[in-house]
Design a protein around this ligand. Structure first.
Ligand SMILES: *Cc1c(COP(=O)(O)O)cnc(C)c1O
Length: 394
């Protein structure tokens, strides 16, 4: 077992575990007990790989970005998760979890969503499998993200408004937990990132690890080595980064770089830069780093990118930070938008603003010409056109 794999007890270093109400124990315990046997089974792998190939469009290309490389003075490869069906990496996980749910005999799926991206990825696979889907979403988020609400409905999902508290992601998560407690036998809860109680962080990491698996194979063909000098990814909850890092976690030669959303700046009170301003606490069933007030109230995050607008990070990332294995950069809204425009003009690829945070790291690094950088381009920017237009400087 590696220092960065989850332990028997569900911890990464001192982070992780399962801090859940007693009424959720049976559901989470059932998952913990069976997830590895199921997802490591041959028939599961075959079906998962088949759908990743024929439905998601994997393997996604590893694209050598020549003009971007010239600009930043290193060999930069983009791992094109933006070309996945539904436009981002999230579907890798929802496919894995729905296949698991079927093997557990579940008939219904619930999910929580903030901006709606995970809700859409969940509604998509529920349509694919003909399963009933209920997505909880904060009332405020529903108003802010109307197109995603309509996408989910078009895909056949029911979207239920969380009307308590701040009426955002945290409240949607509470509603989803409550639903699961009341429907433990026939329902599986698909969590959208490497967060939540054990075994979710490990399970989601394994589904997303197809990203670094492909990178090792693809890099071998073009560089005759299977590992890069750097892997760069943005971290909201941390699922695309976990997937991009996975096969390199135990190779200290590979430098892991995480980009967090600094919003208006880490001291502005409007950011989502968890490792810079967060402290240890419990969030969504897991002990991790989160942004909180003196007396432990979760602070509402801010980021221009909806997908990074999360007050914590998954326990694996808390451990990567704490141990120094990964380096963390705080990227402001402004820096991300500039990097998004830069990629659009240099390479003809309009990135999701989440991914643009990872791109913004490039100009903060001191590369040498031989460095091989793999940057995980987690999603495409179609969904962000309004934000690009509002920003205006292109
Ligand atoms: C949701 C999302 C993210 C952030 O989620 P992680 O779990 O941190 O990967 C990043 N990029 C895109 C395109 C997303 O949709």
């Amino acid at each position: 077992m590696s220092g960065f794999s989850v332990g028997q007890d569900g911890y990464y270093g001192s982070f992780g575990g399962a801090y859940i109400p007693e009424m959720l124990f049976p559901n989470v315990e059932e998952l913990r007990h069976s997830y590895l046997d199921i997802i490591e089974g041959d028939d599961f792998r075959t079906e998962f790989d088949h759908l990743l190939g024929t439905y998601v469009g994997r393997p996604t290309p590893l694209y050598y970005a020549q003009r971007l490389s010239e600009k930043h003075g290193a060999k930069i490869y983009l791992k094109r998760e933006d070309l996945c069906h539904t436009g981002a990496h999230k579907v890798n996980n929802t496919i894995g979890q729905i296949l698991l749910a079927r093997r557990l005999g579940k008939e219904k799926i619930i999910a929580e969503t903030g901006a709606g991206q995970h809700g859409v990825a969940t509604a998509t696979v529920c349509a694919l499998m003909g399963m009933e889907c209920v997505v909880y979403m904060g009332e405020i988020d529903m108003a802010r993200q109307k197109p995603n609400v309509e996408r989910m409905k078009l895909l056949g999902a029911k979207v239920r408004a969380a009307t308590s508290g701040s009426r955002t992601l945290k409240d949607a998560t509470n509603e989803a937990m409550r639903h699961w407690i009341n429907n433990p036998d026939d329902t599986h809860y698909i969590i959208g990132s490497v967060v939540g109680p054990h075994p979710y962080p490990d399970m989601v990491t394994r589904f997303q690890s197809v990203i670094s698996q492909e990178v090792t194979e693809q890099l071998k063909k073009v560089e005759s080595r299977s590992s890069p000098t750097y892997v760069v990814a943005c971290v909201g909850g941390g699922s695309n980064a976990a997937g991009a890092f996975y096969h390199f976690l135990d190779d200290p030669q590979v430098q892991l770089i995480s980009a967090e959303a600094a919003g208006y700046g880490i001291d502005s009170g409007k950011s989502a830069a968890t490792t810079f301003i967060g402290r240890t606490g419990v969030l969504h069933g897991s002990k991790t780093l989160l942004m909180q007030t003196e007396d432990g109230q979760v602070v509402e995050p801010h980021s221009i990118s909806a997908g990074l607008d999360y007050p914590g990070i998954g326990p694996l990332h808390a451990h990567l930070f704490d141990s120094g294995r990964a380096s963390f950069y705080a990227i402001t809204d402004e820096e991300a938008m500039k990097a998004g425009v830069e990629l659009s003009k240099l390479e003809g690829i309009i990135p999701a603003i989440e991914s643009a945070h990872a791109l913004a790291v490039l100009s903060k690094m001191n590369f040498t010409a031989e460095d091989i950088v793999v940057l995980n381009l987690s999603g495409r920017g179609d969904k962000d056109l309004e934000t690009y237009i509002k920003w205006g400087r292109y």
